[in-house]
Design a binder for this molecule. Structure first.
Ligand code: NAD
Ligand code: MG
Length: 297
């Protein structure tokens, strides 16, 4: 593949399962994945869709967030990258790719399950970038519990909601006073918001909440000229999977999609670019599904 525009058969554009059984400690690292995920490093070609925009991207070190950071930078945006402290190596590589595109990259690690860390992220981002136009909530936590509800502790249920739902609430609330008309917030939920897998009960519930929150907040801030949308990925080849799912699930990841494989982060990023850009000016409260053909609703 030469760039993201060249037509190609999507069924064999990327590796198909089996991918081999592999596991990683949480939160998971790009280096240990085989095959290595494609974040668009060699293929994403920008066209100034986000020229001069200032973006905060959470979970920007790896997976979907890294692909969004690369795409936003190549479209002309400066980027603050949020990630966990133990992900420094992945974060530095993502930041390097942003800088290689000629844009500013600012790394701000922190645990977004804490309100104070969310507030600090927005404060520091506004100071470092000189403002804010785009808030992209990609960070997320899941942990497969094949035994279902009986295996989920209160602490884990709480952590899942704090990381996925509360952080979005805290970050949106802190960012909104800085966002001018024409700004965008983009959240990340999942096919799990519509079709919950029992072993992901807590995670899937948070994704349902993010879908609903996106529709509600979009109406709340529409008259301020701010749009709020979401991307709902299906199975995407990222460190999240070997770090949180059983080996056999990782081996066959994406085999149950009509396109017959897992998607790559590079295939998700263009939807975030579209929702961030003025091309989507009349779209708010909406979700773009990137699922390899599995129906959302
Ligand atoms: P990933 O592991 O590469 O990214 C998730 C990131 O979340 C991590 O890199 C980490 O930086 C961040 N994170 C987790 N807990 C955090 C915390 N407490 N504080 C701060 N940051 C934290 O995996 P990914 O698949 O790219 O995930 C990105 C988003 O996409 C998530 O919201 C995930 O739920 C969603 N998603 C992924 C898939 C998939 O199949 N990979 C499918 C649907 C939705
Ligand atoms: Mg990571």
């Amino acid at each position: 593949m030469t760039d993201q525009h060249t037509p190609q058969d999507p069924t064999d554009q990327y590796p198909q399962p089996p991918y081999g059984e592999q596991q990683q400690p949480h939160p998971g690292y790009t280096e240990s994945m085989s095959p290595r995920p494609d974040h668009g490093e060699k293929t994403y070609v920008g066209s100034e869709k986000l020229k001069g925009r200032k973006a905060v991207i959470t979970g920007a070190d790896s997976g979907i967030g890294r692909a969004v950071a690369i795409a936003f930078a190549r479209e002309g945006a400066d980027v603050v990258l949020s990630y966990l402290r133990e992900e420094e190596e992945d974060a530095e590589e993502a930041a390097r790719l942003v800088r290689e595109a000629g844009r500013t990259a600012v790394k701000i690690p922190g645990n977004l399950a804490e309100e104070s860390e969310c507030l600090r992220l927005i404060d520091e981002a506004v100071a470092e970038l000189g403002g804010l136009d785009l808030l992209v909530n990609v960070a997320g936590f899941q942990m497969a519990r094949p035994g279902g509800i009986a295996e989920i502790s209160t602490e884990e249920f709480d952590h899942t909601f704090k990381t996925n739902v509360y952080s979005m609430f805290w970050l949106c609330k802190a960012a909104l006073p800085h966002l001018k008309p024409g700004s965008s917030i983009i959240n990340t939920h999942s096919i799990q918001a519509y079709q919950p897998t029992p072993s992901l009960l807590a995670y899937a519930s948070t994704k349902g909440a993010i879908l609903n929150f996106t529709k509600g907040l979009a109406q709340d801030v529409a008259e301020e000229g701010i749009r709020v949308n979401a991307v709902a990925p299906g199975p995407i080849w990222t460190p999240l999977q070997p770090a949180t799912q059983p080996e056999d699930k990782v081996d066959n990841f994406g085999a149950d999609t009509p396109l017959g494989r897992a998607g790559q982060p590079a295939e998700v990023a263009p939807s975030y670019v579209f929702l961030a850009s003025q091309e989507s000016s009349f779209i708010t409260g909406e979700t773009i599904g990137v699922t390899g053909g599995r129906p959302l609703a």
